[in-house]
Design a binder for this molecule. Structure first.
Ligand SMILES: [Zn+2]
Length: 351
């Protein structure tokens, strides 16, 4: 099977089949454009897609996946491939000059010269204009693939030179570097157990658990903000021209806002995952399954003891509520309200 038909780093829902079909057809019919812009909410996935596309272009078999061209291109190390990435927060002109030098050099290898530009939105004006010239008069046999998570921050004149592909990725496939939700997970697990055990003594515990989870998330948000402020300060003190600095700051601020949004969506999704896992485990125990089929078999006796009278319909109902809230995450959601509601429903399962 060809690489573009495989893409095993994508889950089924993330395949964006129309996009892939268009790309595969263009290779097959030899009408590949000289400039592409891939945008979507995960740089990591966009990059892997760009590598898969590049390998398929240069492989003599259209992306067999096993020849040297395929293997090395997929790793991002092939003589005909140049990956451009900013070293800090800004993609500067020297990177574009370097890129132009590479693209103008004659290559030893057959096939096209391909340049992938990561985070294209952080190119400064100078760099964008320089790239624009190359995109207007591209060297023979060269292909540019620009990647961005924020098309609105990418210079419109650059965008208009590219064939734009929008990739929709499911939330579960997006990860956020540097963010570890493990603490959130273990607190939630412990919190659920405490809530269930103390159900007789106090009726406020679901709300306590809710505020505990929110406060963990808020604490993590603070850590992200500290790093963001560092970034802002660095740019302010970088000594660049006023215009450029102003523009970076604007881009950076909108990037930061997206980061925080993404963080909450991922965090909440993680919380929902854990509660759903509890629910399916409760259902399994209720249906007399053995402990080994549980997601968390160490909870087997706990569930058996505390969820004796659970109504299985209620567990399905709660799973539906969670899924609905997951959908809302893509728009906006009042975290506290959603969680309160879910924990209260959860409490009704064992009361
Ligand atoms: Zn190949």
């Amino acid at each position: 099977m060809k690489i573009l038909n495989r893409l095993d780093f994508l889950i089924e829902e993330d395949r964006n089949k129309t996009n892939i079909k268009l790309l595969a057809n263009s290779i097959e019919h030899g009408d590949i454009s000289h400039a592409y812009l891939f945008y979507g909410s995960s740089m990591e996935l966009l990059y892997r897609l760009a590598l898969s596309f590049s390998a398929s272009i240069n492989c003599q078999l259209g992306g067999c996946g096993s020849c040297t061209v395929c293997k090395n291109t997929l790793k991002g190390v092939y003589p005909n491939l140049n990956v451009v990435e900013a070293e800090g927060n800004v993609l500067t002109i020297d990177k574009i000059v370097e890129l132009q030098r590479f693209m103008n050099m004659s290559s030893y290898m057959p096939g096209k010269k391909i340049c992938i530009i990561k985070n294209a939105e952080i190119m400064n004006n100078q760099a964008s204009n320089r790239l624009l010239k190359t995109l207007e008069e591209p060297p023979d046999d060269s292909i540019f693939i620009l990647l961005t998570e924020d098309i609105s921050a990418t210079l419109p004149t650059v965008v208009s030179r590219c064939l734009v592909f929008n990739w929709n990725f499911k939330l579960s496939s997006i990860n956020m570097t540097g963010t570890d939700f493990t603490i959130l997970g273990s607190s939630l697990d412990e919190g659920i157990k405490t809530m269930v055990k103390s159900s007789q003594k106090t009726s406020t515990s679901p709300l306590n658990l809710c505020s505990e989870i929110i406060s963990i998330l808020k604490g993590m948000e603070e850590d992200i903000k500290i790093n963001q402020n560092k970034e802002l300060k660095e740019i302010k003190n970088s000594g660049g021209s006023r215009d450029d600095t102003g523009r970076y700051l604007k881009i950076l601020k909108s990037k930061h806002k997206r980061q925080i949004n993404k963080f909450y969506r991922l965090g909440m999704n993680y919380v929902f995952d854990i509660i759903s896992t509890w629910l399916t485990d409760i259902q399994a125990v209720k249906l007399n399954a053995e402990d080994k089929v549980l997601n968390y078999k160490q909870n087997y006796f706990f569930i058996k003891k505390n969820f004796k009278n659970v109504k299985i319909d209620e567990t399905f109902h709660l799973l539906e509520t969670i899924e609905k809230n997951r959908d809302y995450l893509n728009f906006s959601i009042c975290l506290e309200l959603a969680l309160d509601n879910i924990f209260l429903q959860f409490q009704n399962l064992y009361c």
